[in-house]
Design a protein around this ligand. Structure first.
Ligand code: NAD
Length: 333
C-alpha cells in the first residue's frame, strides 16, 4: 500500500511542487493537509479529493494521532516553525519529513532527533537532490576521485528575492537570509562532492545594496571551507541576483552542474564531455525514496536523516559566526 502523507503548511512549495509530485509517486500519496486557512482547505479537498476527516488546522493538529490514513507528516512551514511541528508530529506517532533548513539552531535539531527517536519514528529532511541522478553522479565523480583528487570547489546558489514583506526576510522566522534558504545547497554541494566534513570556515558579508529591504538579514555573503583531504571551497549565496552553480576542479580534469540546485532539469558537463542522466521529478523521487524505505522497515540512509540536517545547520551557524567575527573558525574544536 502507498503511505499516506499529510502536508503541513500549504504555501508555495506544497502547492506548486509537493502536491503535484504526489500525483506521480508510487510509494506514497497525498492523504491529508494541515492549514490555518479555511479557503485553502476547501480548494485542496476538491482538487485532490481529500476527505474532510483528513483536514486539520494548527489547533487540532494533535488529533492526527488517531488517523490511520496518515503515516507520514511533511512539515513545509517557515523555518522557525520546523522544530515545533516535527516534535508534535513525532508525538502523534507519525514518521516525519521536514523541509530544509531542518531548523535554525543545532539545539533544535537535536530535540527533533530525540523526539523522533523516543516515538520510534523516522525523520527525513527534504533533501530532494540526494535522489536526483545528476547530483548523484557528481557525488560519485568527486568521492570516487574519477578525475583525481578534488582540489577546489566553487558553489553558489542565489536568486533575486521579491516581496519585501515575506517571512524569508525576517530573521525571527527564517533564521537569516539567503544562507538559510538556498546557501544550504551550496554548503551541501561542497560536502557531497568531497564526501568530507569541512575543518575550517571563513566568511564575509557583502555590503548591502538595499539596506531597507535587508535590514534584518544578509543580502549576499561568501564563505570558504577547508576539507581534510586538501580540497578548498569558495561559495556565494544571495537574494540580490541569481546564481546556481557547482564546479569542481580536480588533479586531472573538472566537472560542473549548472543549474545545480533548482527543481531541474539540472545540466552537467565534465572536462571529457556532457553528463547524461535521466531527468526525474525531484520531489517525487525524494518522497518515493523515503517512503519505500519506511514501507520496507529500513533505516533511512544517513544523507537524508536528521543527523545530516543537523550537520548542515551547525555549519550555517558557523558561517554566520565566522562572518560576524571576521575570524577563521576551526570546526574540529
Ligand atoms: P511559503 O511562504 O510559500 O509558505 C509557507 C506556508 O506556511 C504558508 O502556507 C503560510 O500560510 C504557512 N504559515 C503558517 N504559519 C505561518 C506563520 N506564522 N507565518 C508565515 N507563514 C505561516 O514558503 P515555502 O516556499 O512553501 O517554504 C516553506 C518551507 O519549505 C521553508 O522551510 C523552505 O525553506 C522550504 N522549501 C524547500 C524547497 C526545496 O526545494 N526543498 C523549496 C521551497 C521551499
Amino acid at each position: 500500500r502507498k503511505l499516506g502523507i499529510a502536508l503541513v503548511g500549504l504555501g508555495g512549495y506544497s502547492k506548486n511542487q509537493l502536491a503535484p509530485a504526489l500525483q506521480q509517486t508510487q510509494h506514497c500519496r497525498l492523504a491529508g493537509i494541515v492549514t490555518g486557512t479555511p479557503s485553502k482547505a476547501t480548494e485542496w479537498m476538491q482538487k485532490y479529493n481529500i476527505p474532510k476527516e483528513n483536514v486539520y488546522d494548527y489547533k487540532n493538529f494533535d488529533r492526527i494521532a488517531d488517523n490511520k490514513d496518515i503515516d507520514v507528516i511533511y512539515v513545509v512551514l517557515p523555518n522557525s516553525m520546523h522544530a515545533e511541528y516535527v516534535i508534535k508530529a513525532a508525538q502523534a506517532g507519525k514518521h516525519v519529513i521536514c523541509e530544509k533548513p531542518m531548523a535554525i539552531y543545532p539545539k533544535e535539531c537535536q530535540a527533533m532527533i530525540d523526539a523522533c527517536k523516543k516515538a520510534n519514528k523516522q525523520l527525513a529532511i527534504g533533501y530532494r537532490l540526494h535522489y536526483e541522478p545528476f547530483t548523484r553522479e557528481v557525488m560519485r565523480l568527486g568521492q570516487e576521485k574519477v578525475f583525481g583528487a578534488v582540489k577546489f570547489i566553487e558553489s553558489s546558489d542565489g536568486f533575486r528575492s521579491g516581496d519585501p514583506t515575506q517571512w524569508r526576510l525576517k530573521k525571527s522566522m527564517a533564521g537569516g537570509g539567503p544562507l538559510m534558504d538556498v546557501g544550504i545547497y551550496a554548503v551541501q554541494g561542497t560536502r557531497y562532492i568531497t564526501g568530507e566534513e569541512p575543518i575550517t570556515v571563513s566568511a564575509q558579508f557583502a555590503p548591502k545594496t538595499d539596506p531597507v529591504k535587508f535590514k534584518d538579514v544578509e543580502e549576499t555573503m561568501f564563505w570558504q571551507f577547508e576539507f581534510p583531504g586538501g580540497a578548498v571551497s569558495n561559495s556565494t549565496t544571495s537574494y540580490a541576483a541569481g546564481v546556481e552553480r557547482l564546479y569542481a576542479s580536480c588533479e586531472k580534469g573538472w566537472f560542473e552542474l549548472s543549474p545545480a540546485f533548482g527543481y531541474g532539469p539540472l545540466k552537467g558537463r565534465t572536462s571529457k564531455g556532457p553528463i547524461e542522466m535521466p531527468i526525474v521529478n525531484h520531489q517525487a523521487a525524494h518522497m518515493d525514496g523515503v517512503c519505500k524505505d519506511l514501507i520496507d522497515g529500513k533505516q533511512l540512509p544517513d544523507h537524508v536523516t536528521g543527523a545530516e540536517g543537523m550537520r548542515d545547520v551547525t555549519l550555517l551557524q558557523a558561517i554566520y559566526r565566522a562572518a560576524e567575527t571576521g575570524r577563521k573558525i576551526n570546526l574540529k574544536a
